[in-house]
Design a protein around this ligand. Sequence first.
Ligand code: ATP
Ligand code: MG
Length: 283
Amino acid sequence: MTPRTIAFISLTPGSGKTTACANLAVMLAQMKHRVLVVDLDPQAQATLLLGTAPEAKRSTGAVLAGRQTLAGIIQHTQVPYLSLAAAAPEASDPINSPARAFDRLDFQRLAGHAPPFAFILVDTPTNDDLAQQLALTLCDEAIIPFKPTLTALYAAVPTMEMYVHVRNLRESELPDFLGFLPMAVSSEREMGNVRAKLRQNDLPYFSPIRRCQRLRQPLPANRLQRRLIALTGPNYAATADFRQVAREIVMGAEAARQVAQWCAMTPYPMAPRPRRPRPKPYF
Ligand SMILES: Nc1ncnc2c1ncn2[C@@H]1O[C@H](COP(=O)(O)OP(=O)(O)OP(=O)(O)O)[C@@H](O)[C@H]1O
Ligand SMILES: [Mg+2]
């Protein structure tokens, strides 16, 4: 089984890559897909979010430096079906620059991993375009999270250019652009303009993730896990949104939207049919 490999990219800081990557990974795992999160960001936010302490010896930085293999650093998380290739601050060392080690993070080699992964989600560091290009080179699909303003959409143009550049270099239709992922949406009106612009330019996009107070709060490293609302806040509106986006990833955006619409239309549980009164027997 070949895993689907998805890079979360954006050259805009704070666009929501880590939040989206970690929460969607949990959602996919809860849907019983085996998921590996690869944290390429030396700030290790995704690693911390998934409840793992960064450890230089067992990090993607160590893999890029040739001291470890990718399979060798994979660890389980507390979430069933979810594994992690963690990051650690050491990876920011320029000696370990991703440019030196494109082949060391070869996901194809994980195809034989037992049990096999259905998804590999890659979180990338904003300030390191080489690492983002590496992710785009390694992955077959890409998602661009962004805050839903026209300015943020225009600011995403360099990210799109980088994406097109890598696609041209790969001389293939890959990576496939799955879509823009609107993060922290506070109203339908806010989404309206952005949606019109995306449609006008024929750009794919996912259902929006609503703004969530818990995701806005700055948190210390030891409480960062609260940001994993897919796990810690099952009743949040944003959690339902992450679930919908996870479905859109699994079955394609159009199909998942149709299913959601259909579910909204179908009363559940189905109301029992009213029984016809039996005719009274004559004798
Ligand atoms: N649904 C949401 N509701 C409210 N705030 C959100 C939401 N999603 C993301 N955020 C906010 O966006 C900020 C940035 O998110 P995140 O760290 O995931 O972005 P990033 O692209 O990984 O950033 P970096 O450039 O540091 O890697 C978070 O601190 C959080 O405050
Ligand atoms: Mg991040």
